[in-house]
Structure formats: structure tokens, C-alpha cells
Design a protein. Sequence first.
Length: 480
Amino acid sequence: MPPLLGDWRHGFAALGPSFFTELPPTPLPSPHWVGVSGAVAALLDLPSGWQQRADALQVFTGNALPPGSQPLASVYSGHQFGVWAGQLGDGRAILLGETAGGQEIQLKGCGRTPYSRMGDGRAVLRSSIREFLCSEAMAALAIPTTRALCVTGSPQPVAREELETAAVVTRVAPSFIRFGHFEHFAARGQEVELRQLADYVIDRYYPACRGAANPYARLLQLVSERTAALLAQWQAVGFCHGVMNTDNMSILGLTIDYGPFQFLDAFDPNHICNHSDHLGRYAFNRQPGVAYWNLLCLAKALLPLIRDVEQAQAALDDYEPVFVEQFMARMRAKLGLLRTSAGDETLVDGLQQLLAAGRVDYTIFWRRLSHAVARGDFEPVRDMFADRAAFDAWLLSYKELLARDDKALSADLMLKTNPRFVLRNHLAEQAISAAKLGDFSELQTLQTLLARPFDEHPGFEAYADFPPDWASTISISCSS
Ligand code: AMP
Ligand code: MG
């Protein structure tokens, strides 16, 4: 039998004990498979038939260690809801190591660590399914994200608002290093470790920085640009993260730590998806600004290495222009506009105001608009707006810009840019309810649809339809 995971390398572990605590996962009784991603299995080059292997189920539940792994929980700190929270760390995630192909494998929900604080070290089935489905949905939308190989479940009870059961998500990413890792060593004045971490991140993930006059300023600049590009994608697709604390910000610009996230149903710029976010700090339209605030925290942490406030500040100068440029590029693609023109921003602004005023369903609007351009019939889109006159005025200026492009090319671009299927809260809820009863078919259906979100998938219209009334009563908090 070939080894499940082949050879390991341990770049992060080589940083040394200041960065983590070595410890094995805590086993869970009677594990079973909940969901598996074939795409991530391929990414990891897992041997064929791996899912049938007993060792795989045990390894990905944290009940057995794959040979050559070096399990550890890393330490980080961070700002939560704008307030310095001090030391946090992997309170329920254990890094097994890094595969020969350069992918780190982390088990989330596999027991207490020295960084668990008041937590039980566990993750519940509900939140694990949400993370699994959304990671893979984002990847299929070509949005940078940590991946999820699988979820396993166990009958072990876990106390949240209600009694739930335990699950483990196997997360995969080139690195799980967060802004908070840098803040941790900066806050403690541990400059040696701070430099070691920055050098590691540069050598492994941003090697081009080495040639820069100030490699650490250049690192900050590149992280800022990636973050801007990520936020442009979130805002264009209508994704609300919900907990953009600095410890939930990836140094690689990946979407990380799926908790109370939500894809917008009706377009509401002020939408707050996290019921624990009473002040709306992480409201949808605040996300780009919050990411910048988080980058300021990272800049402050890197200052002892950059050594010059002006250079640190200048490294963030690109954030806004990159965000605007990337966001507009996405919006042009969503509108099927093949070239840039002076009226684009006004057109997008005007549309956002219309969508907000009419609380128009964001995903359905874009998909209908794509079909409208393909067929030359805008009536189904017009039907979505109560204020028809305002929509008609907007449509007139849109059609003017569109007329300069080839209609077939525009429609094709739109159908590849505007997904028919996104992981709406109520769809996740349906899959979770069935999974709690041991039925994983709904989860698999969603997985199939979300893996190819731009395809029509005839017969699955209901999954692309307006949310039912009860969707707005779903309450998603930080509890996971
Ligand atoms: P989050 O808001 O989910 O990103 O979590 C913030 C911090 O709390 C991180 O350090 C987590 O590892 C930790 N944490 C969250 N839930 C638990 C839990 N059930 N047990 C232990 N630590 C947890
Ligand atoms: Mg987190």
C-alpha cells in the first residue's frame, strides 16, 4: 500500500519552538466521512482509493499520525473587533506538516492546545460543513482561499448554544501564517523571531522581495496588493467574511477562517452577516476599509524590520488604487464590458445604488443580466426593480457602453463571471440539517453545483432560485 501522504517537509516547524507547541491531536470516537473534495485530493496527489482506506479516516480525524508528520499548534496574537486581544494561537487546529508538493495540512477541531484559552478545542459539524463547502466554492470561483480536503464527523457531543456533535476539517494551504503571527512577536519585542518569520515568509512565498532595497517594506507592499485584490473579489461576488480580525488575515492574501460568512442574498451594502457583530464593524461595505486597517496593524508589526515609518506607510499606498482597479476590472467583466471607459465607475455606482434601493437579489440579478445580454431581452432583469424608471435610465447608459462590444463575446464573459450558484446560507442550512441526520446527499449535491458554479446544471433550478422567507431568520454567530 503506498503511503497516504508521501514525504513531508517541515518549513514552519524548522522555525523552532518560539513559534509553536508540538503536540498530537486528541482522538475522537467512531469517526465517519462527511464530505471529501476530489480536487484537493488531486492537489495533494493522494493515492487512488484513499478514501476507502481505514488509515485515511483515522489520520484526517486526528486519531492516528501519518508517518513523518510533526504535529504542532502555532502561536499568534491579534486585534479582534478593533481591540488588541493579546495572545491567541491555534486553539483547535493542528498542523501536521507540509507535503513534498508544498501544501500544509492542518486539522481543525482536533482538541485542546496550549492556545485554547476557554475553548474546548473542538469544531461542530455545522460549522465544519460550512467551511468545507465554502472553501471549495471559493476555489471554484477562482477566489484565493485555503482549501478543504475533507470533513469527518464523530458522535462526540460538543456544547454550543445547543448540544451538537464534533467534526474535523482538513484544511490545506501553502501557509496558514496570519498577520497575527507578526503582531505576536512585535508586541513582545521579540525582534529576532520577528525577523526570522519575515525572512521565512519572504524566502518561501515572496522570494522577489530579496532583491528590493528594503525587503520588508517590499513584503508589506506585496501583501497589501494581494489583500487589495482579494477584497476586490469579495466585493464583486458579494461575499461577506464576518470576522475580519487580524488573526483571520492570511499573509498570502487567501480567504481564511470561514465562520459566520455569507454570500449576499438581497444587495445591502450595510449587511452584517455575523450576529455577534453588534456595531457592524465587519459589515459588507466596510470590508475593504477594515482590510486596510488590518494592513496598518501588519505595518506596525513590521516596523522594527522596515525601520522607517515613511517607507512602511508608502508600502500601503498602492492598497486603494489596486483595490479600485481590481474591483472595476471585475465589475466590467460582470457587465460584459470588454474595454475601459470614462463612464464605467458612474455606471457601477449607479447600479449599486439601484440594487441597494430595491434590495435586489445580487446573484440572480447578475445571472439574469448575463442572459439578457445574450438574448437581447432585458425584461426579466427589469422585473427585479420596483423603480422601473430608474432602472430604465441606468439601462440606457449601460446599453450605450455595451453597444461598442461584440454581443456574443460580452455574454460569454458574463456567463463565465457571474455564477449561477453560490453557497447561500439557506442552502448550507439544508445540507447541514440533512447531514445531522446522517444524510450527506444534499451536501454532495451542493458540492457538485458549487464546483462548477458557472454551469447551468439543468434540473437544479431550485438551488439558483431566490432564498425562501426563512433564510432571513437564519442567525449565524461566531459560535462554531
Ligand atoms: P476565530 O474567531 O474562530 O478565528 O477564533 C479566534 C481564536 O479562538 C483562535 O485562536 C481560535 O483558535 C480560538 N478558538 C475558537 N474556537 C475555539 C474552540 N472551540 N476551542 C479552542 N479555541 C478556539
Ligand atoms: Mg481565526
